[in-house]
Design a protein. Structure first.
Length: 282
């Protein structure tokens, strides 16, 4: 990235004018590429390879395998998009080492977030009105796949490639032509649209704000990778090892209390993360 571009980016971060034409073009460009790739992959698996039943079964019964293939290609395309314009996706991501306090608090936020999520989606009122949330988690996490494969995918590969695509590529690209607030909104919007489901997309939009803020505060993509990875691992553990069933057995009244406690602890630990950032990184 040239000196002029770097200086321009810093000025925009501090509240300069947004180049809306470039921001809209980038947003539509990323959406077109990512959505187009998604439908192309679906067409390949279920039309072109219609007669290859073992392959179709593998991708349907292991949706994480499809997600890994999809996001890996997205990372490659994003990297090419950066390179042809003389930019470095790797440098934009900033893989800086996290200190112990940041690591501990980030994991604690993720654990609280996962308990809140598992509890809320299993409330009888939520399951009745918004069944998409639990159905989505069940399709991804409750398949009869090898537990080690699921943990490896959810703890390492999926968070790594997703964070590069959305927080690394989309956010940093948009940020070069806007202020931080606009860039945060755009990356959350693209992340939500890519869920291909309205209710899941709304939840993902909110989650992406939690992911992006730790990335911005600590100037390292490892922070957002860690919070997503820990959250996903906890969610699948709660579902696979009995917490979900135990919560349902306790009933809605207890689940409301658990959700409230988890949400309070999540916000409290997130506030401590912000305080840590202000003291040592601001």
């Amino acid at each position: 990235m040239s000196m002029d571009t770097t200086l321009n980016s810093r000025q925009l971060e501090k509240g300069g004018k947004t180049s809306w034409g470039k921001v809209i073009a980038l947003t539509l460009g990323y959406l077109s590429v990512y959505v187009g790739l998604g439908y192309a992959l679906i067409y390949l698996l279920f039309t072109v390879l219609l007669d290859v039943k073992p392959l179709q079964d593998a991708f349907y019964n292991l949706p994480l395998l499809t997600a890994l293939l999809y996001f890996t290609i997205c990372v490659i395309l994003s990297d090419i998009f950066f390179r042809v314009r003389g930019k470095s996706l790797y440098k934009a991501c900033q893989f800086r080492k996290l200190d112990m306090t940041t690591t501990f608090l980030t994991i604690f936020v993720a654990v609280c977030m996962s308990i809140f999520t598992v509890t809320v989606v299993n409330l009888s009122s939520v399951k009745a009105s918004l069944p998409e949330l639990d159905n989505y988690m069940a399709w991804i996490m409750d398949k009869e796949a090898a537990p080690l494969f699921l943990l490896f995918a959810l703890a390492i590969i999926v968070p790594f490639v997703e964070e590069i695509v959305f927080r690394g590529a989309v956010y940093n690209d948009v940020k070069d032509y806007s202020n931080i607030t606009v860039a945060i909104f755009i990356q959350a919007l693209v992340y939500a649209v890519m869920q291909f489901e309205l209710v899941v997309g709304i939840y993902s939009f909110v989650s992406s704000v939690f992911y992006i803020m730790v990335y911005i505060w600590f100037r390292s993509l490892w922070a957002s990778i860690l919070i997503q990875a820990a959250s996903l691992v906890c969610v699948i553990s709660w579902r696979r090892f009995g917490l979900k069933d135990q919560l349902i057995a306790w009933g809605d009244q207890t689940m409301y209390l658990v959700a409230a406690a988890a949400f309070t602890l999540m916000l409290g630990s997130y506030f401590l993360l912000w305080r840590h950032y202000k003291r040592h990184y601001a």
